[in-house]
Design a protein around this ligand. Structure first.
Ligand code: FAD
Length: 462
């Protein structure tokens, strides 16, 4: 790394429409906080970009000074890839505009927007596109890795709805990419993460959704977990696209619809979602309710935007977080038994094991149609270990790792890149699957020196 002098820093500052934050300055410490409090990195500078021209300036500056570079969208990546020690961070947090064209059913979304930003604007026209289940997550990281949530069974992954993108590549060039312009790049950014440049603007297809949908929670006691999960498995494997149900095993939060005696006890919660109105979704709700004897439920018509924010309060920073994830194509009885065994010894009140449901429209694409390859996976299972006190680190990490190992023989052998930890570099090939060699070639074309390497990195190769 070359040294960067005061004059060069002043020049960089002058050339920006946004702001440059340096260590010791007001806001610097706030700006280097991200969702996962396990990450404590100290960048040499944080460039708060006001638009694509600033992004280009920052990319050129990092490249020409040999500075390590990181790109921050919503700051939610568990591996902490949004930050880099002693390098330059491109912070897109000021670039959150969303412009909806209701006639064309398209949204133009800046690279630093959150899911909430897009839902807010699109829902004012009764439109939406599939994203994740926490509204504070960044569109940037989520989309570039794939992106799945409640609308995925109906409308596919976020990348299945990506129409085009504006991107600043390692050379500083600003490209527009879609199926016809730089199609190799467009193929690669749909699942290849932040490896290929900084996306300053995404264009998404939108669909009519809501504003009211049918959603909520059905909560069962842990003693019924074996039978509830088996019935859940049999049900979702033959489910149509209009319904999605995720299973979560954790300790009951003090939700007002649960009897106080249930608070803090082990539970299985089934989170139900359908874009249909209650009169059309009621039969499906009744079926799921019948998987056991619920200790509480809260389900019915709810605004789509409210459901998109429903889980936010459980996940607010600061907290220490560690994830371990497997994809499953099917859930065997043995897999269910392992899930229950480890859910019975959760290391903290906030930890959980969840089964996110894929399938439906997400599984109608070929594995090589774009970089994201996991088109046979029906479940993305994530062990979300969450706690506050650093003295608990070893115990919490050990639980997650042991569960991960015990579940591995029953899993499909793939993993979603957006759920990888920083200590899982050895799983990158597994995450990109059969598309990895092509991704390496495209990386060599657009980023031969691997400038964009603070991510689930694809090394340039032949
Ligand atoms: C609470 C929570 C809930 C989640 N729920 C879901 C879910 O329901 N579904 C799901 O699919 N995923 C989910 N995720 C995972 C999420 O997709 C990843 O954490 C993702 O990386 C977050 O993106 P971000 O922009 O917020 O993160 P950041 O940490 O800011 O970015 C992660 C990486 O993405 C790249 N990047 C981000 N923006 C850009 C851009 N504009 N241009 C180029 N590169 C960029 C960079 O390489 C960056 O290091 C969740 C994560 C959390 C913490």
């Amino acid at each position: 790394m070359s040294t960067v002098g005061g004059i060069e820093i002043e020049e960089l500052q002058r050339s920006l429409r946004g702001a440059l934050l340096l260590p010791g300055e007001a806001q610097y410490d706030e700006a280097r906080k991200i969702w996962n409090a396990m990450i404590d990195k100290r960048p040499a500078m944080i460039v708060r970009c006001a638009g694509p021209a600033d992004v280009r300036t920052a990319v050129d500056f990092a490249r020409s000074h040999g500075l390590p570079l990181a790109v921050r969208g919503g700051g939610h990546n568990i591996a902490g890839s949004a930050l880099v020690d002693n390098g330059l961070v491109i912070d897109l947090g000021m670039m959150r505009s969303v412009r909806v064209n209701p006639q064309a059913r398209r949204a133009r979304v800046e690279g630093g927007a959150t899911l909430r930003d897009v839902d807010h604007e699109a829902q004012s026209y009764g439109l939406a596109t599939p994203f994740g289940i926490n509204s504070t997550t960044g569109v940037g990281g989520l989309t570039l890795g794939g992106g799945f949530g409640w609308l995925t069974r109906k409308f596919g992954l976020a990348i299945d709805n990506l129409v085009s993108a504006d991107i600043v590549i390692a050379s500083g060039e600003r490209l527009h990419t879609d199926r016809d312009s730089h199609p190799d790049l467009f193929w690669a950014i749909r699942g290849g993460g932040g490896n290929f440049g900084v996306v300053t603007s995404f264009e998404f297809a939108l669909h009519a959704v809501g504003p009211m949908v049918t959603a909520g929670l059905l909560v069962f006691p842990f003693a019924q977990a074996g039978s509830v999960l088996r019935k859940y498995r049999d049900y979702v494997e033959a489910l149509d696209e209009d319904v999605s149900v995720w299973a979560v095993l954790r300790k009951a939060p003090p939700l007002p619809f649960l009897p106080p005696a249930v608070h803090g006890t082990d539970i299985v919660a089934l989170a139900f979602f359908s874009p249909l109105p209650p009169e059309d979704a009621d039969a499906a709700v009744a079926r799921v309710r019948g998987f056991g004897e619920p200790v509480g439920e809260h389900i019915g018509a709810v605004p789509y935007t409210a459901w998109q924010q429903a889980f936010d309060p459980l996940l607010v920073p600061p907290a220490r977080n560690y994830w371990k994830s497997h994809n499953f194509n099917r859930l065997s009885d043995d897999a269910i038994d392992v899930v229950i065994a480890y859910a019975g010894k959760l290391p903290s009140d906030q930890s959980e094991i969840f089964l996110g449901l894929l399938g439906g429209a997400a599984n109608t694409h070929a594995a090589d149609e774009m970089a994201y390859p996991h088109r046979e996976a029906l479940y993305a299972m994530n062990v979300h270990t969450r706690w506050q006190d650093p003295s608990e680190d070893a115990r919490c990490l050990a639980w997650a790792r042991e569960f991960f190992k015990a579940a591995a023989p029953h899993a499909a052998g793939g993993v979603y890149i957006n759920f990888l930890n920083e200590d899982e570099v050895d799983r990158i090939a597994e995450a990109y699957g059969p598309n990895y060699p092509r991704l390496k070639e495209i990386k060599a074309k657009y980023d031969p020196d691997n400038l964009f390497r603070s991510n689930q990195n694809i090394r340039p190769g032949a």
